[in-house]
Ligand binder design. Structure first.
Ligand code: GTP
Ligand code: MG
Length: 695
């Protein structure tokens, strides 16, 4: 068993394309975990190993690999940064001990950066900040960086000063040692020298800032600093460590993953300043039975408590449940309890994930990230524990899908493989949703963006052999009613044999937005026998799913069953189900049915000069601007807009801002679709249904 203080689980976080994977590769190489430096451009990285990632040169899923640095086992977790793939990152953040957060000063504050930063705050995640790509940054890095910090409402503390700018970037001044590290050889080799003359003064000034920031975090340090106007190296390091662990300090380092500059220094800083599991403190959960607060600390001798934050479907190993062991130990053949599913399961093979490879281990302890193979009932978000010391950690963060497409299987054989493949993919990626359109029988899949869906289609083919074609994006409209109405639903049949008889009187009325469905049973005096009432409700529910105007599911309706009649011989569940459905349909017609459309909350970040165009465009999309914020040379616009109008916003914003804008969409609420547009939607739905019936 490895000592807990010799472990670090460190995520690499940052917006899309910030340089995370490249930095991860540079660290693995520097630590001797890989024999050559993997490059995203060449598709040779350890972290981006899936064909879909290699082809696009972006990370689509979180990946793991460890290295050893100064006798510490450092597990690096490379995460996706593009918006459509951020849910995976956001759900992995809880499994992290600390993080290296990448910022690209010249790119400004991206929405993705903001979301990740906020999530890290919520999880009290200790962070180092790394400015990679320094050989590409403009010389005003500090100014640009400060603009980002003010947007994030944090203060970073500089541990280094870059030497040389842009192409001439060649090393860093270490403000703790007051020495320079010059990278002059190949493969990350550097030499330690005196600080170049022109940097002596700025280095001295920045060191004072560093000392002050560190002293401010601790009264004892402050006293010592005020007395001596300096701090000994050991105190300074301890102060930075404790400030970073408490989330009061965010140390900043510089480098270049591509040129392997500053990578060893970053690895040192990870060991020196980021938490080991021992420093991570209590993890809160609930007792699944009493619902009372339960806590665990990272202690290998405590009762088992592990949190599954990710699922991988591996072509060879099968389903892998990736978990952080918070407390205790887990071993092959052990029986564990899953409070989320209320089942016990036996642990089979355990693996440590190393890129696309898995290294089998017999057991693992608190503080480790481990994958368990082929656990049947376990899903991402579940807790595993001992049945006699039960605990349940908070589950995954839910993300509402932002876009839907219809899938058309290419052949009959594909048609059967599609749902199987999609179900496997949904285990890995809980942001995927799938249903079958009841009218057209099409498969509708929903995801976080067009790119996300395209990747799904590729994976369906590669991993599950199902070929499909994507059809136009669909908006998940819903239906509801605006008025109240009552109606009868009577089903009576007496043609030969046994008859059918069910008779219901229903009242329907609108519920507030988001309330779904409510069924009220007001039958008194046995007008309908009790045992038939669930059948009435079932009939209504099934009818709601089919919608009334355009085949979209109906929501926010209360149905009150208040009267009816029955027949001693002819009544049955089936007859009452049909009667309920008929009554509901009759009532809807009189209750002013309408179509609802999803409205999205948008945050759009654009350079100053594009503001006018972007706002004008929003207005033409039925958008409502809620407010604007300035940060540096960019503006963040907050707005509401109907989803139907922003299905292809990524492309449009890209062309309006020459690729410099970014945006983030989140579902806000459903609103009534204006009548002229509703008419169009209804017409289209009818046409689609007719075309299907003819086919
Ligand atoms: N010049 C330069 N380019 C870099 C450096 N690091 C990364 N890049 C380039 O930046 C681009 C994105 O790099 P990645 O490492 O894939 O970035 P990422 O943050 O992992 O991206 P996602 O995972 O897709 O969010 C690639 O073209 C890299 O070659 C660097 O230090 N210097
Ligand atoms: Mg990446």
């Amino acid at each position: 068993m490895i000592e807990l203080d010799k472990l670090r689980n460190v995520g690499i976080l940052g917006h899309g394309g910030a340089g995370k994977t490249s930095l991860g590769e540079a660290m693995l190489f520097a630590g001797g975990a890989s024999q050559r430096l993997g490059r995203v451009e060449d598709g040779t990285t350890i972290f981006d190993f899936e064909p879909e990632e290699i082809r696009r040169r972006i990370s689509l899923s979180t990946a793991f690999h460890s290295l050893s640095w100064k006798k510490v086992r450092l597990t690096l977790i490379d995460t996706p940064g593009y918006a459509a793939f951020l849910p995976d990152t956001i759900n992995c953040i809880r499994g992290l001990g600390g993080a290296v957060f990448l910022l690209n000063p010249s790119t400004g504050l991206r929405v993705e950066t903001e979301r990740l930063w906020t999530r890290a705050n919520d999880c009290s995640l200790s962070r180092l900040i790394f400015i990679s790509k320094m050989e590409r940054e403009k010389s005003n890095v500090r100014e640009a960086l400060e603009a980002i910090f003010s947007g994030l409402e944090v203060r970073g503390v500089y541990l280094q000063l870059p030497i040389g700018a842009e192409e001439g970037f060649k090393g860093v001044v270490d403000l703790l040692l007051m020495k320079a590290f010059i990278f002059d050889g190949e493969g990350g080799k550097f030499s330690q020298t005196e600080i170049p003359d022109d940097l002596k003064k700025p280095a001295q000034d920045l060191r004072v800032q560093l000392l002050e920031s560190v002293a401010e975090t601790d009264d004892a340090l402050l006293e010592r600093y005020l007395e001596a106007q300096d701090l000994p190296l050991e105190d300074l390091k301890k102060g930075i460590r404790s400030g970073t662990l408490k989330g009061k300090l965010f140390p900043i380092l510089y480098g270049s993953a591509m040129r392997q500059i500053g990578v060893s220094q970053l690895l040192d800083a990870i060991i020196d300043y980021l938490p080991s599991p021992l420093d991570q403190g209590e993890v809160q959960g609930k007792n699944p039975v009493t619902r009372e607060l339960e806590k665990r600390v990272h202690d290998p001798s405590g009762p088992l408590a592990a949190y599954v934050f990710k699922t991988i479907i591996d072509p060879f190993a099968g389903k892998l449940s990736v978990m952080e062991i918070v407390s205790g130990k887990i071993a092959t053949d052990m029986t564990v309890y899953n409070p989320n599913k209320q089942v016990k399961e036996k642990i089979g093979q355990l693996f440590r994930l190393e890129g696309k490879k898995q290294e089998p281990v017999r057991e693992a302890y608190a503080g480790e990230i481990i994958a368990a193979a082929k656990l049947k009932e376990v899903a991402s978000g579940d807790t595993l524990c001992e049945e006699k010391s039960p605990i349940q950690f908070e589950g995954l963060t839910h993300f509402s899908p932002l876009i839907s497409f219809a899938l058309e299987p290419k052949t009959k054989a594909d048609e059967e493989k599609v749902p199987q493949g999609l179900h496997r993919m949904m285990e890995e990626d809980p942001t995927i949703e799938m249903h079958r359109d009841l009218q057209t029988r099409e498969f509708i899949i929903s995801g976080m963006g067009q790119l996300h869906i395209e990747v799904m289609v590729e994976k369906l083919k590669r991993k599950y052999g199902a070929e499909v074609e994507l059809k136009a994006p669909k908006v998940p409209y819903k239906e509801t009613i605006k008025g109240a109405a009552s109606a009868q639903g009577k089903y009576k049949k007496q043609s030969g044999g046994r008859g059918q008889y069910g008779d219901t009187w229903l009242k329907i009325e609108p519920l507030p937005r988001g309330k779904g469905f409510e069924f009220v049973d007001q039958i008194v005096g046995g007008a309908i026998p009790r045992n038939y009432i669930p059948a009435v409700e079932k009939g209504i529910r099934e009818t709601m799913v089919e919608g009334h105007l355009a085949g979209y599911p109906m929501v926010d309706v209360r149905v009150t069953l208040y009267d009816g009649s029955y027949h001693d011989v002819d009544s049955s569940d089936m007859a009452f189900k049909i009667a309920g459905s008929m009554g509901f349909k009759n009532a809807i017609e009189k209750a002013k049915p309408v179509i609802l459309e999803p409205i999205m909350h948008m945050e759009i970040t654009v350079p100053d000069e594009c503001m006018g165009d972007v706002i004008g465009d929003l207005n033409s999309r039925r958008g409502k601007v809620l407010g604007m914020e300035t940060n540096g040379h960019s503006q963040t616009i907050k707005a509401l807009a109907p989803m139907a109008e922003v299905l292809k916003y990524a492309q449009d914003l890209h062309s309006m801002t020459s690729g410099r804008g970014g945006f983030h969409l989140e579902f806000a609420r459903y609103e009534e679709l204006p009548p002229h547009l509703a008419e169009k939607v209804i017409k289209e739905a009818k046409a689609a249904a007719e075309a299907h019936h003819k086919a």
